[in-house]
Design a protein around this ligand. Structure first.
Ligand SMILES: [Fe+2]
Ligand SMILES: [Fe+2]
Length: 383
């Protein structure tokens, strides 16, 4: 079989250049042309090509490519959701350029382009993840594509930053804006025929509260929909997810982003955020009872552990238990100053292992089933 190394080298070069210069720069045009030429060479006998990127290994068709052992782009592509890349036919330069721009956004090396976006649709280029547990010989041929990157959620992030500042400076909670963010997230989730989970991928930890709030809102709404809880409840879960950590606006930034071990006083400060947040939500002009309850209870574990101490033997409310799972999932998936982000499967295994101890077992089971069902529908947006 022909060696695909030349193509993959040019492909990664074109991706870097697209990320560095945008797709209209002469350097990018040259790099894209080179990659496309090498792709055409590779397609000369059969235009249908298939690449699989595994940890430290590249498969071309079903064959390992020895020269690409430990190829650094493998893990990057995997992180961007590209475990399998397929060409079903020849592609033209315009289409290929857009595809590279799309991939560069997924890789987090460029912002979403403002012009025309590449959509998987009928494209001759397909990519996706390999379903976990599937044997390599039986990899599903068509993983569902995600074309949701027309949503950057930038405005929503800015709104959330502003909202956090407003609260921090002692103003009332701008409820209209919080509702609008939840509505936008819901629209992005339903932008295609199948569910899309637009999750923000954090690079700098200091944007954490904003991106985390939005991710928990998306996950809580998705789980609500997965459980068929009904529109109003799903929306209320979205608001509760979005505002669950509101009390963190009062925690000094250097404690929030501290890389080392916290002192007892610092830990106490952090542990106050559920109470502070609930108080803020109850003081808001509109009744936000559910969000207040969730803010208060989202760190309470099923076995009574966590904080604050609940003096109600029934334990935390259903919505709080649901948001708790989404909260932990997003927290573990995020890189922290003191640890790397966890892979999705590791995070799901953790949730499974803690079901019945920390998490409500039925909710944990549903969450895992939901993530397995919609895992390939996650659109990772650069934060
Ligand atoms: Fe929290
Ligand atoms: Fe949280």
């Amino acid at each position: 079989m022909t060696d695909p190394t030349r193509f993959l080298a040019a492909f990664s070069q074109a991706l870097s250049t697209t990320g560095l210069y945008g797709d209209e720069h002469p350097a990018t045009e040259r790099a894209v042309e080179t990659a496309l030429e090498r792709l055409s060479d590779l397609q000369s006998s059969d235009p249908r090509l298939q690449f699989t990127f595994l940890n430290g290994e590249v498969l071309f068709g079903t064959e390992t490519v020895p020269s690409l052992e430990s190829w650094e782009w493998c893990s990057r592509l995997i992180k961007a959701g590209v475990e399998r890349l397929e060409f079903t036919d020849r592609v033209d330069i315009d289409h290929f350029t857009k595809f590279l721009a799309h991939l560069a956004v997924r890789l987090g090396i460029r912002n979403a382009p403002s012009g025309d976006l590449w959509q998987m649709g009928d494209s001759a280029i397909r990519f996706g993840q390999i379903t976990v547990g599937e044997s390599l010989g039986a990899i599903k041929h068509t993983q569902l594509p995600i074309a949701a990157l027309s949503y950057s959620l930038r405005e929503e992030r800015e709104t959330m930053d502003w909202l956090h500042q407003e609260i921090h400076s002692g103003d009332r909670l701008p409820m209209v804006e919080a509702d609008a963010v939840v509505r936008s997230l819901s629209i992005a989730m339903h932008a295609e025929q199948a569910m899309v989970l637009p999750l923000l991928h954090l690079k700098e930890f200091d944007q954490y509260t904003t991106t985390h709030s939005m991710n928990v809102a998306v996950l809580a709404m998705a789980l609500g929909e997965f459980l068929e809880l009904g529109g109003a409840t799903v929306r209320a879960l979205g608001v509760a997810g979005l505002l669950h950590d509101l009390g963190k606006v009062c925690i000094p930034r250097d404690i929030l982003i501290k890389p080392g071990v916290l002192t007892d006083t610092e830990r106490e400060t952090i542990r106050e955020h559920p109470i502070v947040g609930a108080r803020m939500l109850l003081a808001s002009p509109d009744p936000l009872d559910l969000a207040a309850v969730v803010a208060y209870e989202h760190h309470i574990m099923l076995d009574g552990g966590g904080y604050p101490t609940l003096h109600d033997s029934r334990g935390a409310q259903y919505a709080s238990r649901l948001v708790h799972v989404c909260d932990v999932y997003d927290a573990l998936r995020t890189k922290r100053p003191y640890r790397e982000s966890w892979e999705s499967e590791r995070t799901l295994a953790y949730i499974e292992g803690r079901a019945g101890i920390e998490f409500d077992p039925a909710i944990a089971r549903s969450f895992i089933a939901m993530m397995r069902k919609w895992d390939h529908r996650i659109a990772m947006l650069p934060a």
